[in-house]
Design a protein around this ligand. Structure first.
Ligand SMILES: Nc1ncnc2c1ncn2[C@@H]1O[C@H](COP(=O)(O)OP(=O)(O)OP(=O)(O)O)[C@@H](O)[C@H]1O
Ligand SMILES: [Mg+2]
Length: 358
């Protein structure tokens, strides 16, 4: 296993920027995810780690070994490509054994290793099938087995679940995590699906337009987004504009665009937020933290009129018009009567759940 360092890495394609100034240190054995919308530079960064692209600037190291300009076959990384890139005319066995053949592993050892890996990814008995006789989920596992069989130091997975249906995605997500924990392998995972990233990763790097926006644990990224982009990309949130009106001990008072006064905690601010009187701030308020008011909270209660109410069984979701703002809330169904469109509602925004995103 090995750590991976990207030291101020840039990739340009002619005039077009691929990625800019990616600077990360991924620990040995870590499950690290690149997350961001289409075209943000996830595959480009992964390909530089695998050696399929060389950086325009910067350095890549595996442990203390400089690999920046090493070709892919000298890097000992296993990669699952965005479209799997399996060999359709070969059997499952031949696909998985391919990397061992290239590395001139003798036939007896290769057979033993392929069979062991097939067992690990639960493909026993499928060795003689052709790729086009497999389901999407089975193909995905062949791609994973092909990457794992060479016993890579680093496993690179580029949207490996994107072709699977919802149920299979969840199952395979669990399986990949199980394998990663079992083998303790440094894993870099690419996805544009925030739930996938949140549930699997030790840390996440959020990217937009080739630039790193934030690196942190799922908890940090969710609760402490550094800007509007991260706040809204990672799950649903309410983004309210406000102006800092004053301070009271460790609390900051903010007047919202529609004139409500809210109190938040000074400690809940991203380094980019300007918390001084008269400055504009963006507040991120997660829907699940907004509670129906009991009437006893004293502060941070806003009133409004329900625009939409949605009952999903487990949850009750409201969209409420509060002055000129709209506020989404989501709560566990406790069997209370559900408000309907047009009903008046009081909502409590606990001060510790307001985050100043800057
Ligand atoms: N070989 C190439 N030549 C020119 N431009 C490229 C090349 N590869 C990628 N790009 C550009 O670099 C940017 C990042 O592309 P990349 O494939 O890394 O995005 P991505 O985050 O993986 O997106 P997706 O989620 O759609 O797979 C895009 O603007 C893309 O058009
Ligand atoms: Mg991609």
């Amino acid at each position: 296993m090995s750590s991976v360092t990207l030291d101020h890495v840039y990739k340009r394609f002619g005039q077009a920027k691929g990625v800019e100034d990616v600077h990360i240190h991924i620990e040995s054995g870590e499950f690290f995810t690149f997350l961001g919308p289409s075209g943000c530079g996830k595959t480009t960064t992964l390909r530089m780690i695998a050696g399929f692209y060389y950086p325009t600037e910067g350095h890549i190291r595996f442990g203390s070994q400089e690999v920046t300009s090493l070709p892919p076959h000298k890097r000992n990384t296993g990669m699952v490509f965005q479209n799997y890139a399996l060999f359709p005319h070969m059997t499952v066995f031949e696909n998985i054994a391919f990397g061992l053949q290239v590395r001139k592993v003798n036939k007896t050892d290769a057979k033993e290793r392929v069979e062991r890996i097939m067992k690990l990814v639960r493909l026993e008995g499928y060795g003689e099938r052709r790729i086009d006789q497999l389901s999407g989920g089975q193909q995905q596992r062949v791609a994973l087995a092909r990457a794992l069989v060479i016993e890579p130091q680093i496993l690179l997975l580029d949207e490996p679940l994107s072709n699977l249906d919802a149920k299979l995605r969840e199952e395979t997500r669990f399986e990949i995590k199980r394998l990663q924990l079992e083998l303790g392998i440094t894993t870099i995972y690419v996805t544009h699906d925030q739930a996938e990233a949140m549930s699997m990763s030790d840390r996440i790097m959020v990217m937009q337009s080739g630039e790193v926006q934030q690196i942190g644990t799922p908890h940090e990224i969710y609760h402490r987004p550094v800007n509007r982009f991260v706040a809204s990309f990672i799950g649903e949130t309410n983004l309210w504009e406000g102006t800092v009106a004053g301070f009271d001990g460790d609390e900051v008072l903010v007047r919202t665009a529609s004139g409500q006064m809210l109190s938040g905690l000074k400690g809940n601010a991203s380094p980019r937020a300007q918390l001084s009187v008269g400055e504009k701030v963006t507040m991120s308020i997660r829907p699940e933290s907004v509670l129906e008011s009991t009437g006893n909270e004293g502060q941070n209660v806003v009133t409004g009129s329900v625009v939409m109410s949605e009952f999903t069984g487990a949850c009750v979701n409201y969209v409420t018009e509060v002055g000129t703002e709209s506020l989404r809330s989501m709560s566990i169904n406790l069997g209370r009567p559900i408000k309907q469109r047009g009903d008046a509602i009081g909502l409590h925004i606990p001060k510790e759940s307001i985050y100043f995103a800057g």
